[in-house]
Design a protein around this ligand. Sequence first.
Ligand code: MEV
Length: 375
Amino acid sequence: MATTATTQTRPRGGEPGRGYGETWAKAILMGEHSVVYGYPAVAVPLKTLKMRAWASSTGRSGRNTLRALGYYGPMLQAPAQFGGLMRAIQVAKDFAGCCECGFDIITRSDFPAGRGLGSSAAASGAVIRAVLDACGIKAGAAQLAALTNEAETVTHGHPSGLDTVTTSGQHPVLFTHGDMRRVSVNTPAYLVIADSGVAGSTKEAVDGVRGQYEHDRLRVAPILKDLGALAQQSAEDLKQGGLDSLGLRMDAAHRLLSELHVSHPIVDALVRAARSRGALGAKLTGGGLGGCIIALAPDVLSAQRIRHALLAAGAPSAWVHPLNQLDVEVANDASVEFDRIPERYDCAGPLPSAGACFVAGTDADADAIDAAFRG
Ligand code: MEV
């Protein structure tokens, strides 16, 4: 997709400095997989689960390093699964007109990767914002989305674009064919999101559904259509405050997704645990094959009860998210002046040995990254 800069705060050819970018996790309430076939989907930004990125110029030396999502080392030696992130850095540099610039890139995430919470789109989106910020380049929301989708295409093949818009969006949205409408939530309602601890590859899941669609269209096409209808109706449920019917639709969607073979025994067990503890409905969220579940609760006390039940059932992490939260303004566009990189991140400092590996997302890992940065 072609993208062009509209305004620049630093002339092309000027020296880049340091930049910061921020996005967040997302949960798909309804319509994962069917959205790839053009059906509607409803997704919710999880703005408390942040993805942060810092970009620090290494000048025109071409030295590029990456400390992101568990990898720590030279960009060129990053494993294949970082292809999307590398593309994100490249498209941001192209957009900024500084293809020859090198950057040290760091990401820090409040949520695990490979769990259907949009970490690839969130990481690419945050890194793109950080590189543009470092180059003093402004971009609009549509341009940022187009750049992020280019990276997502490397990661997922044929992304619907839903993850890209929700990991930088402000409100729940009904997404159809790239068209986005805000979904109003006219009732107190809480989502409990729980990690199964099993990493699932969205690309593998999407390719698997594609294979079934091509070889068994008579069975698969009606499932996708029904998932799309459930998504459309769930937007109406949220508007009307129909939480009981929304819960039933979530249960129905989980059954249909299981028929597409994108669930997992541990995910199914968590879904059962949530329902037995009073969830109005529960289902997998995102690509599946592991990943996370979401459960619906009518109030914060039941949400906390369900969250504890899910942790007791073996979920390594679980979060409660209010669906009708009041708007919170978060800087989300490269045209906004982002917080600068904290001083303690000495991005230009010496690197520890390449290939050292940290799993992102915990305080211990964050400390380890800090220590490594200090040499
Ligand atoms: C992944 O979070 C959602 C999927 O529908 C893929 C996509 O929308 O690109 C499985």
